[in-house]
Design a protein around this ligand. Structure first.
Ligand SMILES: C[S@@+](CC[C@H](N)C(=O)[O-])C[C@H]1O[C@@H](n2cnc3c(N)ncnc32)[C@H](O)[C@@H]1O
Length: 325
């Protein structure tokens, strides 16, 4: 696997570890829930799988057509959200798969194209919509209450000074460019020129997670995967943010019969209340030093994986608030 070339548009994080966790057997059918530049898909094809790949970004799907042609009938690309991957598969007559991988978050292609409005490093329209539809970051920031903005910055970006930043954003409205927003945040946080980490990083991440409903999608995607994996099927999830990782950890702990540590939002289930839908998860994996040095995106990545049991899927009742506690 390590011999596969890396796409200059996006260097896939923990690719070989994900494909190892999927344990692809000859002729098996696997899903790449986050196609992006197709890095995981290429590795799954090389391991002998038939692949169905999905992405909510129409650009990723359009740019993937060349790989569909190369794959000689072994790759199907679907435009859609992984939160409904079971329905997208059912619409194609597929009700069981051997494995599914998620590589959560934003691709380098999305970040690097200033026209998409994800980046604080290059000026562009304040957009941040992966699916290129729905409310843009500018529309939301220009209409939301100061307290709503502060909550998003705090919960999805771990921004300790969320109230100060939200106040500055509201005072600077209307905003329409990423450069303007980044300047407002830097000024609010009194960014010393040349400081190593740009203080806009956390707020941009938080706004992106909110605009794309990423945590709700993650919960829905895990539950959809539980419904569509066959007994013995494998789930692999790479996440880049502590809240996302907590959702994956709690989901797998609870579904494998462990105590996910009930909370105000989620009363602890009795261990025997439902049959476990996953075997105890594998130990979490982090990128090695070499990958971190080569690819800075890898530094915050965590891979969690588990194997499906034969028990029926649980009802889809989880919320992101419950799963992230
Ligand atoms: C980190 S990139 C994946 C990169 C890919 N593994 C590769 O090797 O090229 C994440 C991709 O998932 C897509 N995505 C994020 N959330 C999604 C969702 N809920 N449903 C479908 N695609 C999603 C994004 O549009 C982006 O293209």
């Amino acid at each position: 696997m390590t011999g596969l070339p890396r796409d200059p548009r996006h260097d896939p994080v923990l690719r070989d570890e994900v494909v190892a966790a999927l344990a692809i057997g000859p002729g098996e059918r696997h899903v790449d829930a986050t196609f992006g530049a197709g890095g995981y898909t290429r590795a799954m094809l090389a391991a002998g799988a038939e692949v169905i790949a999905c992405d909510r970004d129409p650009d990723a799907i359009a740019e993937g057509q060349a790989l569909v042609d190369e794959a000689g009938g072994r790759l199907t690309l679907i435009h859609g959200r992984f939160g409904e991957i079971d329905r997208l598969l059912a619409a194609r007559g597929i009700d069981a798969i051997d494995g599914i991988a998620f590589d959560i978050g934003v691709s380098s292609m999305q970040l690097d194209r200033e026209t998409r409005g994800f980046s604080f490093q290059a000026d562009g329209p304040l957009d941040m919509r992966m699916a290129q539809e729905g409310e843009s970051a500018a529309e939301w920031l220009n209409r939301a209450d100061e307290s709503e903005i502060a909550d998003v910055l705090y919960h999805y970006g771990d921004e300790r000074q969320s109230r100060r930043v939200a106040r500055a954003i509201v005072a600077a409205r209307p905003l329409s460019r990423t450069g303007e927003l980044a300047a407002v945040i830097r000024k609010a946080l009194r960014h010393p020129p040349g400081a190593p980490k740009d203080p806009a990083t956390k707020s941009f991440q938080a706004i992106r997670i909110h605009i794309n409903g990423e945590l709700d999608e993650l919960v829905a995607g895990l539950e959809a995967a539980e419904r569509v994996l066959r007994p013995g099927g494998r789930l692999a999830v790479v996440s880049f943010h502590s809240t996302e990782d907590r959702i994956v950890k709690n989901f797998l702990r609870e579904r494998s019969g462990g105590d996910a540590g009930g909370s105000r939002h989620r009363p602890a289930l009795l261990p025997s209340a439902r049959a476990a839908t996953f075997h105890p998860p594998a130990r979490k994996l982090r990128p090695g030093k070499a990958e971190e040095a080569r690819n800075p995106r890898a530094r915050s990545a965590t891979l969690r994986s588990a194997v499906r049991t034969a028990a029926p899927a649980w009802p889809a009742t989880m919320t992101k608030e419950a799963m992230s506690c």
